[in-house]
Design a binder for this molecule. Structure first.
Ligand code: UDP
Length: 248
């Protein structure tokens, strides 16, 4: 029997997670470390889809804030996610894992185009599918893309890798009294403006009853510990909703 608590998940990592100490671009040793966590997840039978942001390379708002065209800026941001996705595929393939990049924007010389049916069949076959190009639309984020892909492929959970190991009552890097929430509801996250993902992403996850698991992307083995039912994280779910209503 599988040791894993989840059958199929989407892992969302921000582009900034890939740059390590460099402050820009891609640190291959960091990408390799994230890839190792995905390899371990595959070993316990978890089907993994991945969405990586592009913030380590480019964000559309950077163009808009200097008076440029936001849509073109967002196109540049989406291209950045393709660069990061190709980097992750390279690391996974190097480690012997079958991985495929599917982009929301067609670029057939570089990677496959996203199709829900093909993505499902790759995942059924045990391939890691890296969803590149965000949603393919400007004015969205890769958080929304991650929630969208999670809903489309019927993921049991959306893992949101962040700088810290969950959602805290205050910034734990600044406030020693900050405490980590074990569980939260989607509604509470939206209502209290807890900045774990953008509101569109949380709303989409909520509508599709997908728990969001907030954990540290920097803790080696952290992803797998949670997949096995342990580890450090905050779980944002409908169950917490129900508990709160019951307690109200
Ligand atoms: N982006 C977009 N549509 C999408 C996803 C991303 O236009 O569906 C663009 C947008 O400019 C964004 C950039 O790609 O700023 C990088 O994505 P994101 O900011 O989500 O990356 P992260 O913060 O996760 O590194």
């Amino acid at each position: 029997m599988s040791e894993a608590r989840y059958r199929r998940v989407v892992l969302k990592a921000s582009g900034e997670a890939l740059m390590g100490e460099q402050g820009f671009g891609i640190d291959v040793s960091v990408v390799d470390r994230i890839a190792r966590d995905i390899v371990e997840a595959r070993k316990i039978g978890v089907e993994v889809g991945v969405v990586i942001g592009g913030g380590n390379i480019f964000r559309g708002v950077a163009v808009a804030s200097k008076g440029g065209d936001r849509v073109t800026g967002d196109h540049m941001g989406m291209l950045a996610t393709v660069i990061n996705s190709l980097a992750l595929r390279t690391s996974l393939v190097k480690m012997g894992v079958d991985a495929v990049v599917m982009s929301a924007i067609a670029m057939p010389e570089l990677c496959e185009s996203f199709s829900q049916r093909q993505a499902m069949s790759y995942m059924d076959a045990g391939k890691v599918v890296i969803f590149a190009g965000g949603t393919g639309n400007p004015f969205f984020t890769t958080d929304s893309a991650a929630a969208l892909r999670a809903a489309e492929i019927g993921a049991d959970a959306l893992f949101k890798g962040t700088q810290v190991d969950g959602v805290y009552s205050a910034d734990p890097r600044k406030d020693p009294d900050a405490t980590r929430f074990d569980t939260l509801s989607h509604a509470q996250v939206i209502r209290d403006g807890l900045a774990i993902m953008d509101t569109a992403a949380i709303a989409l996850a909520r509508e599709n009853h997908i728990p969001i698991i907030v954990f540290s992307i920097h803790e080696e083995g952290g992803f797998n510990a949670i997949l096995k039912g342990g580890g450090h994280c905050t779980i944002v779910s409908d169950d917490a909703d129900t508990e709160q209503r019951a307690g109200a």
